[in-house]
Each structure stands twice: as structure tokens, then as C-alpha cells.
Design a protein around this ligand. Structure first.
Ligand code: HEM
Length: 505
């Protein structure tokens, strides 16, 4: 290791301790900070609470310190909010004040310092990007343009599973096929493109690079450089890998998708049904000078990150819960059979007259929330919450999972019981009309993809339950639903094998 680097780091560390003590003495007098464990210099609460600040650990801390609490992670302030009222304050009432996103060295690489939309600070650039992305992605017109495509992709999954003799005997890892389906659902919208099989080399490359990006961005490995800026020089190697992955990924988007589409634009500017796809709209905005070429690539990067795995995890959780709750699965099948008739494949318009299917989707999103702490928010300027001072640039986590699983607010919240959404919580929707249930967030930074995610979830889960009896593999009576993650995303620990017995039609 470079000795000069170590010497500088130690000197810096000493200076930071002194500064931190002085600042905390000065500040302690003036600021009324939210409660939390007492911090120590330099590390704050980091060594006490550890790296894994997932939804369950934060719920446990909230029980101790209250609905609003402050953690010092090295030099960073982290405020955790754990009640529906406080969530309303952060996301709605003071939506502008808390409408920014935190940044760190790794996210700066993957987003070109906030040239994207999902991770950029609240302001002019975010507003423009959100406006430009709305027409090609987030309207009912898009749903109507692409819903036939989603229905077709789900039908292909059903066909492939029916034609796989292993599915009905030892079982299959359904996720792999569903992942291809989700890429196709989104790449049809973006580029009017689909991948034929799980072995398609371009699909494999995309999947690998997207996986690498998520792993690198969500790792705890770089926390020390993020929390204690003076240690940042030691992150050099890590950041180099991030840069390489980012370059390879953006080149792939550019060379294999954007350039292809540009070439086609001269000859065939519309998709197979005579309409523009998303990239055509985005390239129009580039031509008009509203955004630049990099922004185009970051929009594609954002959709790859925000849309595909989130929806896939939710489908994976939903199927696992239906396997583990055969009575719910049976009731759903009965609804599909009686409303549509046995064998009549569920379509997007059908989903609006299938209340139990809707309830199954909501219950999955409640119990197994894919982004349990939302995407972290941030206040650009000093702010106030419930009488507490919130220093500028604090990271604000809303524990949406806890809001939806707090026994004080829900009857037997740890049970998978879709009926709650037809009975005591019949008026609760996934769009945030009730602050106890906000799987997509609420307000300015809420998920615009909800309009696509809900029909895709309902069509996919509906078709699978219509066509198959879904069971655990021989020798098991339940699937393992142990969780992984939670700080960024919540997914199933083990991608399960499921037996899919075709129903005779
Ligand atoms: C089940 C699937 C999904 C879940 C659970 C989900 C959840 C979320 C959550 C919790 C947020 C952050 C809200 C906040 O910070 O307050 C978010 C943001 C976002 N989501 Fe989704 N999402 C899903 C699917 C999608 C899809 C399909 C798309 C796009 C096609 C999408 C695009 C976005 C974008 C662009 C943002 C950033 C919004 C902003 O910062 O202004 N999401 N999503």
C-alpha cells in the first residue's frame, strides 16, 4: 500500500475526529435532532448498528427510538421514518423539501453524476426527464399499446412450461423463464425487440451486466469510503470496476439497441402495429435538443434497473405464496374459471373484473414489498420534521414495509391473506390512497411504473394459476420463503423449484 496515502489518511482521520468533536459540541447546543443511539466520533453509529440496515432491523430500532430516528453513519445523517403520518409529511406535505435523492461515489458513476431520472436531485433536470419519459412509458395509452405483447409473452411462458416434461414431475426454476418474459415485456416497449430464448447471447450479456451493476451499487463493500470521506482513496480499485461495468453496459445499450433503431428509423420508423416505440419518442426529444445523447442512455439504464427485477421479484414472491397457501390458489383459480370460463386466458381488461386476483397482487406487494424502504429520499436544505431539525443532505428512509406490516395498523399482518383487501381494507389501493400501504411510494418521486407493473403482475400470475396447479416439489410441503436484502430491494433467498401440473382444458 502507498505509505504517503496511509499517512495522509491517518492525518485526515485525526483532523476529522477533532473537527467532529468540535462540530458536535457546537451543533449539539443549537440543533434539536431526532432521537437515536449516541454516536461516537468518526464512525457515528456505524459500528453499533452495522451495515445491514434492512427493513426489519430498522423496524426494531424504531421500536426503541420512535417513529422518527437519526443514525449517524460516519459523516452521513440517516433519518428513518416509520409511521403513516410521518410518511405523509415526507412524501406529500413536504414533498418538495424531501424530494431529492442521495448521491454517493458509486451511484455517481452509474448515473453520470445524476444525468438520469431515478437518482437525480429534485429540480429542473428531474422534471424534464420525468416529463420526457411519461409519454413513451407511463400512460394508459402505453398499456393499451403493449398489453397484447404482455399477454403473448405470458402465453409463451405457459406454452414452454406445458412443453417441458420436467415441470410436472420434479419441477422447474420458474424464475429463469419469467426473467426472459420480463426482459421481453420491457424491451418491446423500449425498442420493439424481444429475445427468443434464455440462451440468446445478447440477452445473456444484458442480464449479466445488469446483475453486475446491481451487485456493485447495492454492496456494503464501499460503505467505508461513503461514510468516511477521508478513506475514499482506498476505493480506487472498486470504483475502477464500477466504471468498466458502466462503460460496457452503456455501450451495449448504444451499439445494439439505440443505433439499430436509429438505422431503422430511415426505413421503418414505426413498430409492427404501426406505432412508435419508447426510444423513438426519446430520440425525438434528443433531436429537439431537450436532452443529450448521454441522457438517452441513462433513461435506458434507469428502465433496466427500475422495471425488470422489481416486477420479477414480485411475481416470484406471489407464486411462492400461492404455492404455500393452496386454499388461496384454489380460490383464485375458482374466480378465474367462474368469471372468464375455464381456459379463457386472462387479458388486461379482464383484470379489472377479477377482485380476488387484484387482492392477491396487493397482498403480495404488502407482505413481500420489493423496495421496502422506497428509494432513499434527501433534503437539499435544512428542514424540520415533527419539531426535529433535519440537517441538509440527510438520507431519509421511509420504512414502507413496516407501515404495511405494523400489527397496530393491520390485522395479523404476518399472514398472507388477500381477503383483507376485500374485507376490512377493501378501499386500500396500491397507488398510495392510504399511507399504510405505499409499495410504489407516493407523491413527486413515486413510481411512475405502477401503471405497467400492476397489469403485468395480474396477467402473469392469473395465466399461471389458470393453466397450472402450482405445487412444492416432491418431499416438501412448502417452499422456502426466506428473505434476502431489504436495504435496497427485498427478494427471495433461494430461487425455488416449483412443480407445475397442467390443467386439462
Ligand atoms: C412491482 C414492481 C415495482 C415496484 C414495487 C416499484 C417500486 C418503486 C418505488 C418504491 C420507487 C421509489 C418511490 C419513492 O422513492 O418514493 C420507484 C421509483 C421508480 N420506479 Fe418503480 N417499481 C416497480 C416497477 C417499475 C416499473 C415497471 C417501472 C418502469 C417501467 C418503474 C420505474 C420507476 C422509476 C422511473 C422510478 C423513479 C421515480 C422518480 O425518482 O421520480 N418501476 N419504484
Amino acid at each position: 500500500m502507498d505509505l504517503a496515502l496511509v499517512e495522509n489518511a491517518l492525518l485526515g482521520l485525526f483532523a476529522s475526529v477533532t473537527l467532529a468533536i468540535v462540530v458536535s459540541k457546537l451543533r449539539g447546543k443549537r440543533l434539536k435532532l431526532p432521537p437515536g443511539p449516541p454516536p461516537v466520533p468518526i464512525f457515528g453509529n456505524w459500528l453499533q448498528v452495522g451495515d445491514d440496515l434492512n427493513h426489519r432491523n430498522l423496524a426494531a430500532l424504531a421500536k426503541k427510538f420512535g417513529d422518527i430516528l437519526l443514525l449517524r453513519m460516519g459523516q452521513r445523517n440517516l433519518v428513518v421514518v416509520s409511521s403513516p403520518d410521518l410518511a405523509r409529511e415526507v412524501l406529500h406535505t413536504q414533498g418538495v423539501e424531501f424530494g431529492s435523492r442521495t448521491r454517493n461515489v458509486v451511484f455517481d458513476i452509474f448515473t453520470g453524476k445524476g444525468q438520469d431520472m431515478v437518482f437525480t436531485v429534485y429540480g429542473e433536470h428531474w422534471r424534464k426527464m420525468r416529463r420526457i419519459m411519461t409519454v413513451p412509458f407511463f400512460t394508459n395509452k402505453v398499456v393499451q399499446q403493449y398489453r397484447h405483447g404482455w399477454e403473448e409473452e405470458a402465453a409463451r411462458v405457459v406454452d414452454d412450461v406445458r412443453n417441458n416434461p420436467r415441470a410436472a414431475t420434479e419441477g422447474i426454476v420458474l424464475r429463469r423463464r419469467l426473467q426472459l418474459m420480463m426482459y421481453n415485456n420491457m424491451y418491446r416497449i423500449m425498442f420493439d425487440r424481444r429475445f427468443e430464448s434464455e440462451d440468446d447471447p445478447l440477452f445473456v450479456k444484458l442480464k449479466t451486466l445488469n446483475g453486475e451493476r446491481s451487485r456493485l451499487a447495492q454492496s456494503f463493500e464501499y460503505n467505508y469510503g461513503d461514510f468516511i470521506p477521508i478513506l475514499r482513496p482506498f476505493l480506487k480499485g472498486y470504483l475502477k470496476i464500477c466504471k468498466e461495468v458502466k462503460e460496457r453496459r452503456l455501450s451495449l445499450f448504444k451499439n445494439h439497441f439505440v443505433e439499430e433503431r436509429k438505422k431503422m428509423a430511415g426505413t421503418k420508423p414505426v413498430d409492427s402495429v404501426g406505432l412508435k416505440c419508447a426510444i423513438d419518442h426519446i430520440l425525438d426529444a434528443e433531436k429537439k435538443g431537450e436532452i443529450n445523447e448521454d441522457n438517452v442512455l441513462y433513461i435506458i439504464e434507469n428502465i433496466n434497473v427500475a422495471a425488470i427485477e422489481t416486477t420479477l421479484w414480485s411475481i416470484e414472491w406471489g407464486i411462492a405464496e400461492l404455492v404455500n397457501h393452496p386454499e388461496v390458489q384454489q380460490k383464485l383459480r375458482a374466480e378465474l374459471d367462474s368469471v372468464l370460463g375455464p381456459g379463457a386466458p386472462v387479458t388486461e381488461p379482464d383484470t379489472h373484473r377479477l377482485p380476488y386476483l387484484q387482492a392477491v397482487v396487493k397482498e403480495t406487494l404488502r407482505l413481500r414489498m420489493a423496495i421496502p424502504l422506497l428509494v432513499p429520499h434527501m433534503n437539499l436544505h435544512d428542514a424540520n420534521l415533527r419539531g426535529f431539525d433535519i440537517p441538509a443532505e440527510s438520507k431519509i428512509l421511509v420504512n414502507a414495509w413496516w407501515l404495511a406490516n405494523d400489527p397496530a395498523n393491520w390485522r395479523a399482518p404476518d399472514r398472507f391473506r388477500p381477503d383483507r383487501f376485500l374485507q376490512e381494507d377493501a378501499n386500500v389501493e396500491a397507488n398510495g390512497n392510504d399511507f399504510r400501504f405505499i409499495p410504489f411510494g407516493v407523491g413527486r418521486r413515486s413510481c411512475p411504473g405502477i401503471i405497467l407493473a400492476l397489469p403485468i403482475l395480474a396477467i402473469t400470475i392469473g395465466r399461471l394459476v389458470q393453466n397450472f396447479e402450482l405445487l412444492p416439489p416432491a418431499g416438501k410441503d412448502k417452499l422456502d420463503t426466506a428473505e434476502k436484502g431489504g436495504q435496497f430491494s427485498l427478494h427471495i433467498l433461494n430461487h425455488y423449484t416449483v412443480v407445475a401440473k397442467p390443467r386439462p382444458f
